[in-house]
Design a binder for this molecule. Structure first.
Ligand code: UDP
Length: 240
């Protein structure tokens, strides 16, 4: 499959990508490996915006299911994404990659607030900008945060790193006959309720013409391969 060449991308990693073999939290070795993947992509000359989820630490829905107020739980989830962003910043800087964290919930002592023009300047200077705290509001997810930042930062594509190598017509972990799509339209994803990203995030990408590339972040070197147009992935875009 040939894919377009990108100048600026948004990379979304779920919080679970940072927990390694564990069931919870941040595994420093795994974060270091993820940082190497990101650095390899950066070394190809790309400008990279990064969004990391918080599901390895706290999800609002899980808190709500146990009786917490949903909005309160969601704010805790947003704080979890800030912790992950700081962990990734640390790992990237240990590799010599310059980064800035911008949080949608202001936290002056640890990171910058989200300021689009400043983020633009960071990217121009070759820094990776890690956007934390999603959209900054409860009842959203970091997928929506990723789509929003991809749109406002004019990213050419949103790369979603997951534990599977694309989008299937059934869960490949449960169904041996599940078939992976090479390409899909946004509307098909929404109509068939395919598990790519939240519907609001998919709709935002559709309305702004941002292709979504779903690939496995677990295979070493895969991000750089997928960026080069090789490797296995599913691309969600407008069908001609
Ligand atoms: N969250 C939120 N608003 C946002 C982004 C995140 O309320 O704009 C909360 C929400 O509770 C969510 C949690 O933060 O469950 C962690 O984010 P997410 O579930 O998207 O993480 P991922 O699944 O990507 O690890």
């Amino acid at each position: 499959m040939t894919r377009p060449v990108f100048k600026r991308i948004l990379l979304k990693l779920s919080g679970e990508a940072l927990m390694g073999e564990g069931e919870y939290g941040i595994d420093p070795l795994t974060v270091a490996r993820m940082a190497e993947e990101v650095k390899a992509a950066k070394d190809t000359g790309l400008e990279i915006c990064l969004v990391i989820g918080g599901g390895n630490i706290f999800r609002g829905m899980a808190g709500a299911a146990k009786g917490m107020d949903r909005a309160q739980a969601d704010y805790m989830g947003m704080l979890a994404t800030v912790m992950n962003a700081l962990a990734m910043q640390n790992a990237l800087e240990q590799l010599g990659v310059h980064t800035r964290v911008q949080s949608a919930i202001q936290m002056d002592a640890v990171c910058e607030p989200v300021i689009r023009r400043r983020a633009e300047r960071h990217l121009e200077k070759g820094r990776i900008v890690i956007f934390a705290a999603g959209v900054g509001s409860p009842y959203f997810t970091t997928d929506s945060g990723a789509a929003l930042r991809a749109a406002e930062m004019k990213c050419n594509a949103l790369f979603k790193g997951t534990s599977v190598d694309g989008v299937y017509n059934a869960d490949p972990k449960k169904d041996a006959n599940a078939v992976r799509y090479d390409t899909l339209s946004y509307d098909r994803v929404l109509q068939d309720n395919l598990k790519v990203m939240d519907a609001s995030a998919v709709a935002l990408c559709r309305d702004n013409g941002i292709p979504i590339v779903v690939f496995s972040i677990r295979e070493q070197g895969n991000l750089a391969r997928v960026l080069a147009g090789d490797g296995t992935a599913t691309i969600v875009q407008e069908e001609n």
